[in-house]
Design a protein around this ligand. Structure first.
Ligand SMILES: Cc1cc2nc3c(=O)[nH]c(=O)nc-3n(C[C@H](O)[C@H](O)[C@H](O)COP(=O)(O)OP(=O)(O)OC[C@H]3O[C@@H](n4cnc5c(N)ncnc54)[C@H](O)[C@@H]3O)c2cc1C
Length: 219
């Protein structure tokens, strides 16, 4: 499948080919998106555990190679105001800290994998596409500053036009200054390289059709 990301990611790095018909591994991982590749990488580099990643298509073929590329302080389906209502300030603050740590993690992977062009410190704009949406963004900026001490910014329509994007359909924006714009497929390719360099094997065209859970040993 072709996309902007496939057209600009450069050649796919090598993987370990189709999985052999019989093989031993400490851990078999199904799927070579960010989850599977990160798991294999961390098992290998942190614990010395041999992992084998089995991918039905090509590494990075799923969401990981074709997403929007936004990495910012956001997590889950609820906005932060709703999280505070549902779970209270303390938990909302911990969730927010977790989302910042996730962005930092992406930054660390880009650096550790030396993933050229994989991400830029562009910040993120949440744009009011109608004038009536701007007030809600102002409230969100105030909440992020007050509750999480986060340097969110509100940009007026004029500031947006002067500093970021032209056009007449933006009526202000919430700016997350420390967000990353990520090239998702380059990130996936980079993680493939990190996992393999750490000792994991990653097998494309190796769909998993079933598995068995061994019975627990009898005493
Ligand atoms: C349109 C879209 C936009 C998004 N935008 C963003 C965004 O801007 N920012 C953000 O943070 N997140 C975004 N996401 C979410 C993000 O892309 C996913 O959370 C992330 O990629 C999930 O990674 P994963 O490794 O769990 O799954 P995937 O990347 O989907 O990997 C799963 C892999 O498993 C393989 N597989 C499936 N079944 C089998 C099988 N039986 N045997 C072997 N292999 C198998 C698939 O081929 C696939 O490669 C977006 C998602 C979508 C769909």
């Amino acid at each position: 499948m072709s996309s902007y990301w496939t057209a600009t990611a450069g050649p796919a790095p090598p993987d370990d080919g189709i999985a052999p018909p019989a093989a031993d591994t400490d851990v078999a991982i199904i799927g070579s998106g960010y989850t599977g590749l990160s798991c294999a990488w961390h098992l290998a580099k942190t614990y010395g555990i041999k992992a084998m990643v089995l991918e039905a298509n090509r590494p990075g073929w799923g969401c990981s190679g074709r997403n929007g590329g936004f990495a910012r302080a956001a997590i889950g389906r609820h906005g932060y105001a709703r999280m505070i209502e549902l779970w209270g300030r303390d938990i909302a603050r911990r969730v927010f800290a977790e989302s910042l740590a996730a962005v930092q993690n992406v930054r660390d992977v880009l650096r550790e994998g030396n993933i050229t062009g994989g991400g830029t410190e562009a910040g993120h704009l949440k744009i009011a596409h109608r004038a009536s949406r701007a007030a809600a963004l102002v409230r969100e900026v105030e909440l992020l500053q007050r509750e999480f001490d986060y340097p969110a910014q509100f940009l007026t329509a004029a500031q947006l036009r002067d500093e970021h994007i032209g056009g007449g359909e933006a009526h202000g924006a919430l700016r997350f200054p420390d967000a990353l714009a990520v090239h998702p497929l380059k990130l996936a390719y980079g993680m493939l390289g990190l996992a393999r360099a750490a000792g994991a094997t990653v097998h494309g065209a190796s769909g998993v059709t079933g598995w068995k859970k061994p019975a627990p040993p009898t005493c």
